[in-house]
Design a protein around this ligand. Structure first.
Ligand SMILES: C[S@@+](CC[C@H](N)C(=O)[O-])C[C@H]1O[C@@H](n2cnc3c(N)ncnc32)[C@H](O)[C@@H]1O
Length: 348
């Protein structure tokens, strides 16, 4: 099922943002994820997005686990949403009396033979009570069932009981008043991710999402240090960066065309990529370049500051993007260049 189709059917139902829903959907398809474990399902909105992604390949399964006590609490329910979308066949819902850790207990039992536990999941999303005791245990239990190369996603990285306390007295059966000051203030899931997942020898490729709530890790038996580096995934930036690059680039080209039309002699400050672009687009208008690195550049057109400024020119173009202010200051204050003779490539 296409993303737009499932999106239309579960629109407005919490608890997953469109951005994260799209990430999950796309991630499942691109990584050929087959077996998913979702811990904490509420209305089953994330479940529907994941099932829709499985449906694109026509195979795969989600084990979705929540508390028995909230069976009739969420309206619409996960069952209703799965029925509405027609994606029930991809999902088994498990409702547990004491929570998902006992489901994990049962799964480890079911999958153990000859003293070893079969790893069956490609992806696990942990989105439950956000509690150190419950979710730290969940991580180590999930680890037994997660395949090498599989992924684990945690929601609510920065959630705290102290924040929740402003709205209610208990969260998922835990009375806030029974917690210590420290337990109220510290983000339990972040502590689990940083101290248990990131320090675990078999987890790497850490991704922190720009919503500050999601974090993902991959289970792997490779232990090279560089794989331990964390990255930030910013889907909005990812989608927009090509667009912004194209926009800035065409703006730069327009600016260069305008300079060409002026029919002046230009001295260019900087022989980097923009300097070279100017050279290739208006070679007849450029009298030379100034570059700090001129001694290492074997090109008769590139000079040091003193020699460059001694050339005959009408205007100096500053082609070092990002350092314009500093360069202008140097030209004006140290070399007494008239401000009107300096051109900056202002790019949006
Ligand atoms: C934020 S909701 C999940 C939202 C869902 N993953 C989504 O994105 O659409 C959290 C869920 O975790 C469930 N939960 C809390 N503690 C739990 C536990 N110990 N075991 C199982 N489920 C739990 C709650 O009942 C609730 O449905």
């Amino acid at each position: 099922m296409q993303f737009k189709e499932v999106e239309k059917m579960v629109d407005g139902i919490p608890y997953i943002s469109k951005t994260n829903a799209y990430f999950l959907y796309d991630f499942i398809i691109k990584n050929n994820i087959q077996n998913v474990l979702e811990l904490g399902i509420a209305h089953g909105t994330a479940t529907c997005y994941m099932a829709a992604a499985l449906d694109e390949g026509g195979r795969g399964h989600i084990d979705a686990v929540d508390l028995l006590s909230v069976k009739d609490h969420f309206k619409p329910s996960a069952q209703e949403q799965l029925c509405k979308t027609g994606l029930e066949k991809y999902v088994s819902i498990y409702r547990m009396k004491t929570g998902y850790n006992w489901f994990l207990h049962d799964e480890i039992l079911r999958n153990t033979s000859d003293g070893a536990c079969r790893q069956k999941y490609d992806l696990c999303v942990i989105d439950g009570p956000k509690n150190w005791t419950i979710d730290s245990s969940a991580f180590f239990l999930v680890d037994k069932l997660l395949k090498n190369g599989g992924y684990i996603i945690f929601d609510d990285l920065n959630w705290t009981y102290a924040d929740a306390n402003k709205k209610r007295e208990t969260t998922d059966g835990i009375a806030h008043k029974d917690l210590s000051e420290d337990e109220l203030l510290r983000p339990h899931i972040r502590d689990i991710f940083e101290f248990l997942v990131m320090q675990h020898p078999n987890y790497s490729h850490f991704t922190f999402f720009s919503d500050n709530q999601w974090a993902m890790a991959q289970k792997t038996d490779e232990q090279e240090i560089y794989k331990k580096k964390a990255v930030v995934y910013d889907p909005i930036f990812d989608l927009n960066k090509k667009y912004f690059f194209a926009k800035s680039f065409s703006h730069l080209l327009e600016k260069i065309e305008d300079l060409q039309k002026e029919n002046k002699r230009y001295l260019v400050y900087g022989f980097g990529s923009v300097g070279k672009l100017l050279w290739s687009l208006m070679p007849n208008s450029i009298v030379g370049f100034i570059d700090q690195n001129f001694q290492n550049i074997c090109d008769g057109m590139v000079y040091g500051m003193k020699q460059g400024l001694a050339l005959e020119y009408d205007l100096i173009i500053v082609s070092v993007l990002g350092r314009e202010e500093q360069i202008c200051q140097e030209l004006i204050e140290r070399h007494q260049i008239d401000k009107k003779k300096i051109v900056i490539l202002e790019i949006e």
